[in-house]
Each structure stands twice: as C-alpha cells, then as structure tokens.
Design a protein around this ligand. Structure first.
Ligand code: SAM
Length: 316
C-alpha cells in the first residue's frame, strides 16, 4: 500500500488518466533540485499566479470528469500559495478543522474517540497542506495525505511533519483494496468532482470492513444563494435544484475552475449507491468565537443558514 508514499517526498500519479490502469502506475518523483529547495527553505519556486492571468468568465455549464479534474488541478496549483497565506493561520499547521465554521475534530470526534485513532491507517483526501493529517499523526495515527495539486503538497512539505504525501486524483486512488481503517476529507475533492459516486466507490474499495469515511463539503442549500458574505448573500437567487456545475473558463472556453452541486438527497443517494452506510449528517452551527469571514462564509450568514455539511459514512 505505501510504496512510493514516504514522509519528506511527494509520490505523484497521473491525474488526467482517470482509468484504473493509473492505480498501477509508478510514482513520478519530484525533480531532485525542486525537492532539495522545498526541503531546505520555507520559500518555494515561484509559480504562475492566478493574478497574472486574464480574468476568467464565470458561468454555469456542464463539465465532465476529465475537464473538472484538469481545471481544478491547475487552479489549485496556481492558487495554493494565496490559499495558504489567507487561511493557513485559521487552519493551523496541525489542527483538524472541518470547515469555515471552525468545527475541530478534537470536539467533534467524527472519526471516533481520539484514543482509538492510535495506530490506525487513515487516508486524507484533498489534504491540501496536510494540516488534518499532521493532527492525526499527533494522535498516534498513520495518515497518508493525498491531493490533486502538487503545489498544495509542496506546502505540506514546507510545513513539515511526518506525513507521507501522494499526488493523485480522488477518482483513481493508487492504493490496494482494504488499505485503510479510516478516510477523511475536509472540503477536499468531493465539492469539485463531476462523478462523486466514482470517488465514494474508490474510498469504499480502499477501506477495510468497519471503516469510516467522513467528509465535509459546502452545504447544498448555499447553492441557492449568492456566494457573498454580506446581506446580499441572504436572498435566494438561483434554484437549489439546478445541478449545472459552476465553471470559470478562459477566453478559449477551457474550464479553469469547476465546482459541482449535489442536493442533500443526491448526496444521500450517492453515498448509498457507492455501497456505504450513512450514519449522520452534521451541520455545524456558527460559534460565537468565530468572527472571521472565509469567502462567502461569514458570521452573518452562518447564524442564519448552514454553510457546511459533514457526511459520516461506514463501510460495512
Ligand atoms: C478547499 S481545499 C481543502 C484542503 C484542506 N482539506 C483544507 O481544509 O485546507 C480543496 C483541496 O481539494 C483538492 N482537490 C480538488 N479536486 C481533487 C481531486 N479530484 N482529487 C484530489 N484532491 C482534489 C485541491 O487540490 C485542494 O487542495
């Protein structure tokens, strides 16, 4: 299971080839000089930033599995630096936060009591800079942090810690069946993929019987409202039932960012259809201590409508 996944390096698997052949692909190691630089210093090689590109057009249109994966890989590579600068302090280097409300796994215990995490093999999907995995290490667990974006994982290397990193698409998990006791994802992958059942089936495959998968994503009701933190974000502006993906595209019409909407009923059907058992949907309330805005998530809206849904699933 862990071949190619070692602390201190990123094991990369083809992200565009979304066939199961990719699960047998050899890891593509980072070029040596990049690896040396990211290990030694806290600064990283410059990358083309979003701000250097022409403003994309925001629209609603179909985007298939391959287009969504390619667009989001590029977007997260270009925006990882800004994301970590903007949200790194809130996320903490080794906290497990489920979303902008700030619900922490320390209090939520959605993966189970912390004392039972010790020695567990855990897959974190869409791990970003692997903050959650670092917390899992501190509990004595053995996480693997997987993400589509190489740049996000370079931030994981920059922060450090004893976490194996894997670059791969959540739709093609490069692990053997039954490799993990638990899987988790804090806003990673599921909001961005065109075929969530494919991802959920992959998660079921790599989990051992009795294993749990807990994932958070934007609460489906938010799709009916403008993504604004202020009062303009409180009036219904679109149909909750419109599943057309949100797409940002360049001048040639190529998608450069994609998000996919599932209603709450869709999510339940996706989970059940993938062979998992849904045991809870947690809707974190906005806590009084959290005065911070995160994009369209704000205390104003958080006190009135849910912003995050966390799905707790079991592989029987
Ligand atoms: C909102 S960030 C969440 C990262 C981290 N969990 C956190 O809370 O900061 C979403 C992450 O999902 C990753 N991602 C998007 N699509 C993915 C996919 N198909 N497979 C794996 N990771 C994906 C992105 O690269 C990004 O790092």
């Amino acid at each position: 299971m862990r071949e190619g996944a070692h602390p201190g390096r990123i094991a990369a698997y083809p992200a565009q080839n979304l066939s199961h052949e990719a699960t047998r692909a050899e890891p593509r190691p980072l070029r040596d000089e990049v690896r040396r630089k990211t290990r030694k210093s806290t600064t990283m090689e410059p990358i083309i930033q979003e701000s250097e590109l022409p403003e994309p057009e925001a629209t609603r249109r179909d985007a298939n599995v391959t287009e969504s994966s390619r667009a989001n890989r590029g977007w997260w590579d270009r925006n990882a630096d800004e994301y970590q600068i903007e949200h790194g302090t809130f996320l903490g280097d080794d906290r497990f936060v489920w979303g902008p409300e700030g619900l922490d796994e320390v209090e939520a215990e959605l993966l189970g009591p912390p004392e039972e995490l010790k020695g567990k093999d855990i897959l974190e999907i869409g791990a970003g800079a692997a903050q959650c995995s670092r917390w899992l290490v501190s509990q004595g667990a053995r996480p693997v942090a997987l993400d589509l974006s190489h740049r996000q994982l370079q931030h994981a290397l920059r922060i450090g810690g004893n976490v194996p990193l894997v670059q791969a698409d959540a739709g093609v998990l490069p692990f053997k069946d039954g490799s993990f006791d638990l899987a988790c994802s804090a806003y990673g992958a599921l909001p961005f993929v065109a075929d969530p059942v494919l991802v959920l089936k992959e998660v079921r495959r790599v989990l051992r019987p009795g294993g749990r998968f807990v994932f958070s994503a934007t609460h489906p009701i938010r799709w009916a409202f403008p993504d604004e933190p202020g009062p303009e974000g409180l009036s219904v502006a679109a149909s909750y039932f419109d599943r057309t993906p949100y797409v940002e595209q360049d001048e040639q019409g190529n998608a450069v960012y994609v998000e996919h909407h599932r209603t709450i009923g869709d999510r339940v059907r996706d989970i059940v259809g993938a062979g998992l058992r849904l045991v809870d949907i947690v809707e974190p309330e906005w806590p009084a201590w959290n005065t911070q805005e995160w994009g369209g998530w704000s205390p104003l809206r958080g006190n009135l409508i849910p912003g995050t849904a966390i799905y707790v699933c079991v592989r029987d």
